[in-house]
Design a protein around this ligand. Structure first.
Ligand code: ADP
Length: 372
């Protein structure tokens, strides 16, 4: 697996029961996954020689992030190493402009959008979609809301253009909430769809995921799942695909973006689904039959734990575990820095209010924003 973040750490964990030999290419030995994987190569994934040396002897390569240059992935394929997901799929997750163009071609519902060349062009785009505000995005390199600007005037439109990559302008969708349709697809073309979830962001960072999305009509949920399955099949995705969606006030879904790897909106599956996204990602990458994606409980809630006041989690563990024996804690071994995602918790049960309260309490307590 290329990339040493928490997604690699949890994918590795899912491979252990299968007896997999898991090799990691990581930036530093301190990275979340590098702390727990036995076979770690420290190196730069942007360097082709490093990637080639790393890939030698691997049966298949997969990723913790979407940033490996496409031409390097093609070179690995030419060396005979299966790359999953492959470059033809992955380029849609690397570049929001490419993604929008392809989805539009497929007739997938998207916010109105186009590439804009400068602040004046952003003003012209705003006029085309009924005025400001509009959303400007760098086509590459964004994550957790970085690389996304809500722009209210030409004067505010400057910063995105300084990043040196094309800028995608989108209408600002007046959404009811954000959803994610997560599916896993194998090279065989077998695919499974998880229940559609609601994903709540705070300051551009995922905070809470509720599975399944409360009060989502069966019709819209089915539509979102079918859309994700169709995108995966048309783009040739192998592994986990997260389709981030906006639910609009008139009862439609619009695609926000695609992630071709395990995703934060699927962390609930570790404790709330029969087969987790990580286990199914591993199965897909190895072209094994996929596992059942159905939920184990009526409701599962995931809350992210952001870095807060505690460098030492032990006292917080005492409180959280004593308060809620059903709580599942997943920490990533990262240094605690304010605002950084350092872990998540999962809770499940029959009563959504109770499940939500338990998850929020634990996440807040681990962060230090709740103290009793
Ligand atoms: P990232 O690459 O950081 O995940 P996204 O494209 O997912 O960037 O945008 C981050 C957040 O910004 C979204 O979760 C959503 O809340 C908001 N956002 C993005 N695009 C739009 C849009 N067209 N209309 C309204 N809000 C948007």
């Amino acid at each position: 697996m290329v990339g040493g973040g928490q997604l690699a750490r949890m994918t590795h964990e899912a491979g252990i029961p299968l007896g997999l030999r898991f090799k990691l290419l990581s930036d530093t030995p301190q990275d979340s996954a590098a702390q727990v994987v036995s076979e770690v190569v420290i190196g730069d994934y942007r360097d082709l020689d490093t990637l080639r040396d790393f890939a030698r002897g691997c049966d298949v390569i997969t990723f913790d992030h979407e940033h490996v240059p496409i031409e390097h992935l093609r070179a690995l394929e030419a060396d005979g190493i299966p790359v999953r997901p492959g470059p033809d799929a992955l380029r849609h997750a690397q570049d929001k402009g490419v993604m929008r163009a392809r989805l539009t071609e497929l007739g997938a519902p998207c916010p109105r959008h186009r590439i804009v060349t400068d602040p004046a062009d952003a003003v012209a785009f705003a006029a085309e979609v009924g005025g400001f505000p509009v959303v400007l995005k760098t086509v590459r390199g964004g994550y957790d809301g970085k690389g996304v600007w809500v722009v209210r005037s030409e004067a505010e439109a400057g910063p995105p253009f300084r990043a040196g990559v094309p800028v995608l302008a989108e209408e600002k969708v007046d959404f009811v909430r954000e959803l994610a349709a997560n599916i896993v697809r194998s090279p065989h073309g077998q695919a499974v769809a998880y229940p559609v979830v609601e994903s709540q962001q705070v300051d551009g960072v995922c905070d809470t995921v509720i599975a399944p999305a409360p009060a989502l009509s069966e019709e819209l949920s089915g539509e979102a799942q079918r859309l994700a399955l169709r995108i995966a099949s048309e783009l040739g995705v192998v592994g986990h695909l997260a389709v981030e969606l906006f639910e609009t006030r008139d009862g439609r879904v619009l695609v926000n973006e695609l992630a071709m790897r395990p995703h934060n909106s699927g962390h609930w599956t570790q404790d709330g689904a029969i087969t987790s996204q990580f286990a199914n990602h591993v199965r897909a990458v190895l072209d094994l039959p996929l596992g059942d994606p159905r939920p184990r409980a009526p409701w599962t809630v995931m809350c992210n734990v952001l870095g807060g006041d505690y460098p030492d989690m032990y006292p917080a563990y005492l409180h959280c575990m004593a308060r809620d024996p059903r709580l599942k804690i997943h920490m990533y071994g990262k240094d605690v820095k304010p605002g950084r995602k350092v872990g998540h918790v999962n809770t499940y049960g029959d009563d959504l209010d109770d499940v939500l309260e338990r998850a929020r309490h634990a996440a807040g307590y681990l962060r230090g924003t709740i103290t009793e």
